[in-house]
Design a protein around this ligand. Structure first.
Ligand code: AMP
Length: 174
């Protein structure tokens, strides 16, 4: 699908970063533009119903998640890499191509029975967002849907997140 104009002009594609074969989508031009950021917030928050909190995934998901939370008038909760959050945490670990990684949220950051939207900048294989779903559920909260600015549709992340609802502002290849 074609991206909206404000988004197409807000992404720089950088080949072979951070490693050979990856076409990195750099959204720095988006965050540098007040008008594009406003439009992005509106698009990410569109038609959301019954959301009590937004969880954003470290690190660029903090930006996308926070503007969405502000637009919805709800609080923001950071899902961070292990060892970054103070105090007691819930942790979910997940496998990478080589090794493993994890995500944490602070105990008490989400109330049981809260309805949560998960937000990140890019959906690739879906492993990171899948871990965020588990983390939200570990807190006793429920995932309403997951929203991304860019979805690399060829990598199948949407299938990994099923049956949860996934919305992305721009679906592109890999
Ligand atoms: P994944 O777990 O494979 O869905 O990877 C998603 C995470 O990696 C997100 O937090 C993205 O910020 C980042 N990511 C993966 N692929 C790209 C890419 N091509 N360009 C920018 N960020 C990416």
């Amino acid at each position: 699908m074609e991206p909206p104009d404000w988004l197409a002009s807000s992404v720089t594609e950088i080949p072979d970063f951070p490693k050979p074969g990856i076409l990195f989508r750099d959204l720095s031009p988006l965050w540098a533009s007040s008008s594009a950021t406003s439009r992005c917030a509106m698009a990410l928050a569109a038609d959301a119903v019954g959301v009590d909190a937004v969880v954003g995934i470290e690190a660029r998901g903090f930006l996308a998640g926070m503007i969405t939370a502000q637009r919805l008038g709800v609080g923001f909760v950071a899902a961070r890499k292990p060892g970054k959050l103070a105090g007691q945490v819930h942790r979910v670990t997940y496998d990478l191509e080589y090794g493993s990684d994890g995500l944490e949220v602070q105990v008490g950051a989400l109330d049981p029975d809260q309805r949560v939207m998960i937000v990140d900048d890019v959906l690739a294989t879906g492993g990171t967002a899948r871990a965020a779903i588990e983390l939200v559920e570990r807190c006793g909260a429920a995932v309403v849907d997951l929203r991304f600015i860019i979805e690399l549709a060829g990598l199948g992340g949407r299938d990994v997140l099923a049956p949860h609802r996934v919305l992305s502002l721009w679906q592109t290849g890999v």
